[in-house]
Design a protein around this ligand. Structure first.
Ligand SMILES: NC(=O)c1ccc[n+]([C@@H]2O[C@H](COP(=O)([O-])OP(=O)(O)OC[C@H]3O[C@@H](n4cnc5c(N)ncnc54)[C@H](O)[C@@H]3O)[C@@H](O)[C@H]2O)c1
Length: 447
């Protein structure tokens, strides 16, 4: 079976490598990018909610397995993908022998598990954001990816990355439109206040396998409110709780930091400070401000990168610009000006004696970064071709690791120094306890 899989993979790669040429197969079947023989066999894990945004793209491939802890959701997805086998436990699903790839749209606290197990089985992975909910989870997934990058294509689900504004912001920063980069602020203003884990209420409906939903998480009693959100927005009903998510850090933080991350070529921060509202052992903070210190790289000096959430905001560089009107945005400060960006648009604000912009030469059209167009298709093409995606688990894993570090610094309440090679905090023993979390017995991230 293994040999068949490898031969199939080789075939998929070769037919893609053949580019536009059509290949005549025995029996006269035409091949090419969209030929039946050149389709990926995909497992969709977490088959409803956010998954619905993936249905259209997946219809061009073979969805051969559907997995969901809610049988009603399985039934819903089965109407879209009638040929797929059904599973309620993703561990069983990953045993299906004909799989090439996995799309993971489950809640945040299972992402690192599913992504890691899938890569360990030689499967390409598209994983919704955030890749994990702790520093350790992000690191494990990144490390497994780096070991397998010569044979696997992976994409972290920050699909806004495909907006052309991301490319334009990067080009402006790298080409010096605001002079030398000094600092970057990113923010998100979503505020979801919860008091604590929900009290026990009723029994899970028959269709919902609640114990599998909890999966690796410590036990919390069932309450229907965790499941009462609209498709694609139900995450807002559980992602604030420490055992299920990271709050806005991993939610909109994944997208908004991506806008900056794409333009600063950063690795892991060397020091992190964070402050916010009083610590609640059950719920992640609504209001938070974090500062990450990043060393210089080959085109910019050392910079501070900030994340503000839940009402904390950077100062506007000009009174007449109300940053509060941008719910999720980034502000780049340079030696000669500011760049303010939303996901779709940007403003340049030159300032100071040197702000005549004569120092800046816009690049010619042929040197613009090429458009991504369809973010999910980029991954599908990468699985069949050169394995290259815009947000692989090195890029996305580093971003998520940084964001998770802010919660560690917040919990210890002082500046932490971080060694990105060993993944350890070097000046605070207690902080190292918050880099990872305990899972329920029987669950391991590295299966
Ligand atoms: N990229 C984006 O713009 C975007 C937008 C919305 C949500 N998301 C992400 O998508 C994910 C899902 O969010 P949602 O609002 O759809 O959540 P949800 O609670 O509706 O869960 C999605 C689906 O996963 C199923 N599920 C839950 N646990 C499972 C498990 N262990 N195994 C298999 N299936 C399981 C649920 O029954 C549901 O059908 C989250 O991680 C969220 O951050 C991303």
């Amino acid at each position: 079976m293994k040999t068949n899989k490898i031969q199939r993979r080789q075939f998929l790669k070769q037919t893609m490598a053949a580019g536009t040429g059509l290949l005549i197969l025995p029996g006269g079947v035409l091949s090419g990018k969209n030929a039946p023989s050149n389709k990926l066999n995909i497992a969709l894990i977490g088959a409803w909610g956010r998954a619905k945004a993936h249905y259209r793209g997946l219809k061009g491939e073979n969805v051969v397995a559907l997995c969901d802890v809610d049988e009603k959701h399985l039934g819903y997805a089965a109407k879209e993908f009638p040929k797929a086998k059904h599973y309620i436990d993703w561990r069983k699903c990953l045993e299906q022998k004909d799989l090439d790839a996995v799309v993971c749209c489950t809640p945040d606290f299972t992402h690192a598990f599913i992504a890691n197990w899938a890569m360990n089985r030689g499967l390409h992975v598209y994983c919704e954001k955030p890749l994990g909910i702790t520093v350790e989870e992000a690191r494990v997934v990144r490390a497994t990816y780096l070991k397998n990058k010569h044979k696997l294509a992976v994409q972290h689900g920050t699909q806004r990355h495909a907006k052309s504004n991301f490319n334009r912001v990067r080009e402006l920063i790298l080409d010096g439109a605001i002079g030398e980069l000094k600092a970057v602020h990113t923010w998100g203003n979503r505020q979801l206040r919860k008091e604590g884990y929900l009290p026990a209420k009723g029994k899970p409906p028959k269709n919902l396998h609640y114990d599998l939903w909890l999966g690796p998480s410590p036990h919390h009693p069932y309450n229907p409110e965790y499941f009462s959100g609209k498709p694609g927005a139900n995450c807002l009903n559980w992602n604030m709780y420490w055992d299920f998510g990271t709050g806005q850090i991993g939610d909109m933080g994944s997208h908004t930091m991506d806008l900056a991350w794409n333009a600063i070529d950063a690795g892991l921060p060397t020091a992190i400070e964070a402050s916010g509202e009083e610590f609640n052992p059950e719920v992640t903070p609504v209001t938070l401000k974090a500062k990450f210190e990043h060393p210089a790289n080959n085109w910019r000096p050392a910079i501070d990168v900030f994340w503000h959430q839940g009402g904390d905001m950077p100062l506007s560089p000009m009174e007449y610009i109300d940053l509060n009107k941008i719910n999720h945005g980034a502000l780049f400060k340079g030696s000669n000006g500011f760049l303010i960006a939303h996901f779709d648009s940007r403003i340049i604000l030159p300032y100071g004696k040197e702000a005549d912009m004569t120092y800046y030469k816009p690049r010619s059209k042929n040197l613009l970064n090429p458009p991504i167009e369809d973010f999910q298709q980029e991954w599908i093409d990468a699985c069949k071709g050169d394995l290259k995606t815009s947000c692989d688990f090195d890029y996305g894993g580093t971003l998520v690791e940084q964001m998770a570090l802010s919660l560690v610094a917040y919990r210890v309440g002082e500046k932490i120094e971080y060694d990105g090679v060993s993944g350890r905090v070097t000046n605070n023993k207690k902080a190292n306890e918050f880099l990872s979390k305990k899972y329920r017995q029987g669950w391991t991230i590295d299966g």
